[in-house]
Ligand binder design. Sequence first.
Ligand SMILES: [Zn+2]
Length: 280
Amino acid sequence: MKIADYEIFTIETGYISLDGGAMFGVVPKTLWQKTNPADEQNRIRLALRTLIIRNDERVILVDAGVGQKLNEKLSQIYNVDHSQYELFRQLAQKGIDPAMITDVIVTHLHFDHIGGGTYYDNGALKLTFPNATYHVQGEQWHWANHPSEKDRASYILENFQPILDAGKLHELPGPMELFPGIELLVMYGHTHGMQLPKISDDQATLLYCADLIPTASHIPLPYIMAYDNNPMVTLEEKKRLLPRAADGNWILVFEHDPFRAAGTIELTDKGYHLKDEINL
Ligand SMILES: [Zn+2]
């Protein structure tokens, strides 16, 4: 689709599976398994959906998927699956060479969002997008380097240290307009300083929801991940954003939804829900 002078489309980069209980927090399994069936290890399948925002000047990638660096054991734990989709392959299919990416907007530095930003080339750790500036909130960068015991497992140094070493890190000071028409909203519930790109013109608005609303099943207010560091803050953030998204008919992109890439939402007597599924 087109917003302002940007061409916008999603890029699928593979799947992982995470514990369904942790993904749905206080919501009972009898409810969530209707839409997100669990495997024999109680894991549910999750997409790793990134976004391209492109105009004549820039090719911007939002997040980079899990990548190929996880060891055998972790790949099994997270059921990493690149059989159908893989970042390099899907980019090539769209005619995009990694060297063409000018900017990577990193929503946050959890391994399933930035793992694809680096790769091993004959044992040497390299940036996947050598010409790109990697935009990360400064607070998130600091948190990633000093995580809590609760979320330490999600931050793997080899995923982000090379960005700093290569001089490609752009630390951002808070919410801002990064490029014309591309605003960054900053959230604190999931982790400290997670940024959500919001692209708009006077016709349409698109919000990449990252882990604030990871799947369409997470639209209703109480559907909050147990992974979140500050679930009550997530609740406040959803209460602030969802009315604006419903009223403005925003297109929400769901990074982790294995079935629905994007959609608009509506408020019914049962709360907020998906209105129309949208194919970008
Ligand atoms: Zn996350």
